[in-house]
Design a binder for this molecule. Structure first.
Ligand code: TXA
Ligand code: MG
Length: 325
């Protein structure tokens, strides 16, 4: 049963408690309803992907109550600070390098060195973010492939029974997702058109490069292309999938009872729990990569992961990691 929480102090307090306990809570923003999770809790973030039924891991946007909180997690050059001053709170998401001290789970950023951050222009959302006191990762609160929800009823249609609660703050005024602007390259790059227009951004930032046109991204459709523009983390070592044996010069990414004989082991999930495996995936790949380099191992062998639930997204990422480069 998904709780429907009222837009008052008690509703916000209940939503806060659930989020801090690692539960999923959908909440309204000025753009669309987000499916929120404590971004520092890898298991909660994995549960977001599970609830959405995404067949692959997209990096998620982290939400903050103000620019200071956001810029504590990412490095913000002067341009980012200017854009934040002009647009926040508001429907602009900035992609910036993670700080070393950033506690956001690697899975929230799909293993990337960068993080998408935003401050929503919505009183209830800001009150919730202030009360939680941690970054809240929130993709649009719809099942994968369905349109983004702009009312609590939309959220319940898609995710009812799959998430702990919806904080009902009424319809979303903007109704289209935030604009995603990547500031990690030489020039600002528009990854996804949205609530903040290109013209308004260029008035502050000067000319920006553009991945997709406004016309190609109708407000009523799920925007698919941005995910394709994102370059994903892959380990330095070659990856061998569906391993049923392992050699002494291989590092093993184990799932369930581990194979014997590996030079190093990282356990994704001893009991075969796919949510736990997803939560551990990127930190596991990084740990094995580093350990294998230290020990002079030549490959990462990966035990079979079932093609059910989050196993699809895990296998999608592992297949990319194993593809010839
Ligand atoms: O309006 C919004 O942005 C809504 C509300 C809930 O805030 N959220 C939303 O999140 O639309 P989501 O996960 O559905 O979309 C996130 C977009 C994706 O297109 C993703 O590829 C991009 O942001 N993104 C996130 N992190 C990124 C990163 N580190 N690098 C590049 N793109 C990133
Ligand atoms: Mg979405």
């Amino acid at each position: 049963m998904t709780e429907l929480l009222a837009n008052d102090a008690a509703g916000i307090a209940r939503a806060t408690g659930l989020l801090l306990a690692g539960q999923l809570v959908a909440f309204g923003t000025e753009t669309v309803y987000g499916l929120g999770a404590d971004a520092t809790n890898a298991r909660a973030v994995a549960a977001v992907f599970d609830a959405k039924g995404r067949p692959h891991f997209n990096p998620l946007i982290c939400h903050y109550p103000d620019a200071n909180a956001a810029f504590a997690d990412v490095e913000a050059p002067e341009l980012a600070r200017h854009l934040a001053a002009a647009f926040w709170p508001g429907p602009l998401t900035l992609v910036l390098p993670r700080r070393i001290t950033c506690k956001v789970a690697l899975l929230a950023g799909a293993g990337l060195e960068t993080l998408a951050v935003r401050v929503p222009a919505h009183a209830t959302a800001l009150a919730l973010l202030r009360a939680v006191g941690r970054p809240v990762a929130a993709p649009s609160a719809n099942r994968s492939g369905q349109v983004s929800p702009t009312t609590a009823a939309h959220v319940l249609e898609g995710l009812g029974g799959r998430i702990a609660a919806v904080l009902d703050s009424g319809p979303c005024p903007v109704g289209v997702e935030s604009t995603v602007l990547d500031l990690t390259g030489r020039r600002p790059f528009l990854l996804r058109p949205g609530g903040a227009t290109r013209e308004a951004i260029e008035a502050v930032a000067g000319p920006i490069e553009c991945g997709v046109t406004q016309a190609a991204a109708p407000a009523t459709r799920t925007l698919r292309s941005p995910g394709l523009l994102v370059s994903h983390y892959a380990p330095a070592l070659p990856v061998r999938l569906a391993a049923t044996d392992v050699a002494a010069d291989e590092a093993l990414l184990a799932f369930g009872p581990p194979l014997i004989g590996a030079g190093a082991i990282f356990q994704l999930g001893a009991t075969g729990d796919l949510i736990e495996a997803a939560a551990n995936l990127f930190s596991g790949l990084r740990a094995l990569d580093a350990e294998a380099a230290r020990l002079g191992l030549r490959r990462i062998a990966v035990m079979p992961i079932p093609e059910t639930g989050l196993g699809l997204a895990i296998n999608d990422r592992l297949q990319r990691a194993a593809a010839p480069r």
